[in-house]
Design a protein. Structure first.
Length: 191
């Protein structure tokens, strides 16, 4: 995904995914559309993240003002309008290389002695948490931008199977409790 500030609505707490970035030798970094319309979801952001997004945006706006626009003799090579700026940029506002987040995350995890993880891993982690918490597969598929639930079901079949087992276990527990309560009620009535 290749986010511009116009894609982020901090008041509504949403991010619209409508484009991706790609790098090709000789062509550089360029914008391309997402795979299909269902790959252009509006993602709801956790309310706890919004202050960080606002702070990051303010920091970028301050840098933009400090450097001044290239069109006015400054060094900020971003867009003419701040809403058109990319969220992830180089120091001077140019579109960041698509691998820069991977590179940063790799260095961060190594420096902090954490297990290696990629940005794509966060996607799988989110899907895993949603499925194991009991979120319906249609909602999870929508969050992932899958055109239909079949893709989600195939990729996360092992989780769905364990969630199904958990459902059966909970039903067993419920049935045992209900049976015990019914037996106690019958004993009381028999007295």
């Amino acid at each position: 995904m290749l986010l511009q500030w116009k894609h982020i609505d901090t008041e509504a707490g949403t991010i619209k995914i409508e484009q991706a970035g790609q790098y090709l030798p000789g062509k550089g970094v360029f914008i391309k559309s997402t795979k299909n319309e269902s790959s252009e979801p509006v993602v709801t952001v956790s309310a706890s993240i919004i202050p960080f997004i606002k702070k990051y945006k303010a920091t970028q706006l301050a840098r933009r003002l400090e450097l001044g626009k290239v069109s006015e003799g400054g060094k900020w090579a971003g867009a003419e309008e701040a809403l058109e700026d990319f969220v992830f940029t180089t120091w001077d506002g140019q579109i960041a290389h698509p691998d820069s987040i991977n590179t940063w995350l790799k260095k961060f995890t190594a420096k902090n002695k954490l297990p290696a993880i990629t940005p794509h891993s966060f996607r799988h982690m989110a899907a895993t948490y949603l499925i194991t918490s009991g979120m319906d597969i249609r909602t999870v598929a929508g969050k992932l931008g899958h055109a239909n639930t079949t893709t989600t079901t195939v990729v996360y079949a092992h989780l769905l199977k364990s969630a199904e087992q958990e459902t059966a276990t909970r039903m067993d527990s419920f049935m045992l409790q209900a049976t015990e309560k019914a037996k106690e009620k019958q004993k009381k009535q028999a007295k």
